[in-house]
Design a binder for this molecule. Structure first.
Ligand code: CAA
Length: 271
């Protein structure tokens, strides 16, 4: 199947995003610093579009934020009756009928697509987080395989405090990382987690001085790129299923993946 066309600069800008693709790395920048990189439905559907259209040569996706914050979460205008410019309000059209429930379900599923692709086995996703990562911003960071935090990072699952639930695919990685009890505490108090606590709770792989964030991410990316692509994708796939597999099934999956790898390597060695 032919890949979709990558969104152009204008479409990205309308969504508050920038995209640079270089040498196997797609860097996605949340680029609405004047709104602390608040995100709208369009941000997420465009993120989905980016994910579904990246060239096969892309092996790493880095997500970062411009300005003082990673992201202040959903653009609160999305909840106002008039919505944000050029987009439908999440509440304005909702009248509780089965039809409007189903329309909202479809809209949110489209938003979630912007977060789901970051788990693809053939891509390693890295969140470079500084400043606030609130609500949807925290969920975006949680959707990435790896999180590198600046010392000033502050994470907060704000949704329950606003009468809502985290619905952008963040609940599973949160529970996987911190356990059920801690996840309940973090979400239901909506308290802010410092970078140091995030490290302790295994919500961050590394915490670094803010001035070193970019270089640390570059070094990590270089190390990830040094591993052959097919082995990296197969290994990520195995690791992703490990928690939910029985030992027996996982051992079988390892054998099967290894046979594919050996077949591939043998083919490369044949004259
Ligand atoms: N939506 C829309 N505009 C926002 C915004 C948001 N989420 N966050 C910040 N802004 C705007 C502010 O209104 C302000 O605009 P003006 O210059 O026009 O006044 C501008 O961005 C700068 O914001 P601050 O002056 O507040 O900047 P700060 O650095 O002092 O504070 C902040 C930053 C702590 C992130 C603070 O702005 C804040 O608390 N924002 C709201 C966070 C929030 O509640 N987000 C929603 C979470 S729930 C969610 O994301 C998921 C979901 O689906 C429900």
């Amino acid at each position: 199947m032919a890949a979709a066309t990558i969104p152009d600069e204008e479409e990205l800008a309308r969504a508050g995003l920038r995209l640079d693709i270089d040498n196997g790395v797609a860097t996605i920048t949340l680029a609405r610093p004047e709104r602390r990189n608040a995100m709208t439905g369009r941000t997420w559907t465009t993120l989905a579009h980016v994910g579904h259209s990246l060239p096969a040569s892309v092996r790493i996706a880095v997500i970062k934020g411009e300005g003082p914050s990673f992201s202040a979460g959903i653009d609160l205008g999305m909840f106002s009756p008039e919505g944000v410019e050029g987009e439908r309000s999440l509440m304005g059209d909702f009248d509780g009928t089965p039809e409007s429930r189903s329309a909202l379900d479809e809209a949110i599923a489209g938003f979630q697509e912007g977060f789901l692709w970051l788990r693809r086995p053939d891509i390693v996703s890295v969140a470079a987080v500084h400043g606030h990562a609130i609500g949807a911003g925290f969920q975006l960071a949680l959707s990435c395989d790896l999180r590198i935090l600046a010392e000033d990072a502050q994470l907060c699952m704000k949704e329950p405090a606003l009468g809502l639930v985290p619905d952008l695919t963040g609940t599973k990685p949160l529970v996987d990382a911190v356990g059920l009890n801690r996840a309940i505490e973090l979400c239901l108090t909506a308290r802010t987690i410092s970078a140091a606590e995030a490290r302790e709770l295994r919500l961050a792989e590394l915490v670094v001085d803010g001035a070193e964030l970019d270089q640390t991410v570059d070094d990590l990316v270089a190390a990830l790129l040094a591993t052959p692509a097919a082995a990296a994708a197969a290994t990520k796939g195995l690791l992703q299923q490990a928690a939910e597999s029985s030992l027996h099934d996982q051992a079988a999956a390892e054998r099967s993946a290894q046979i594919d790898r050996l077949a591939d390597l043998a083919a490369q060695m044949r004259p």
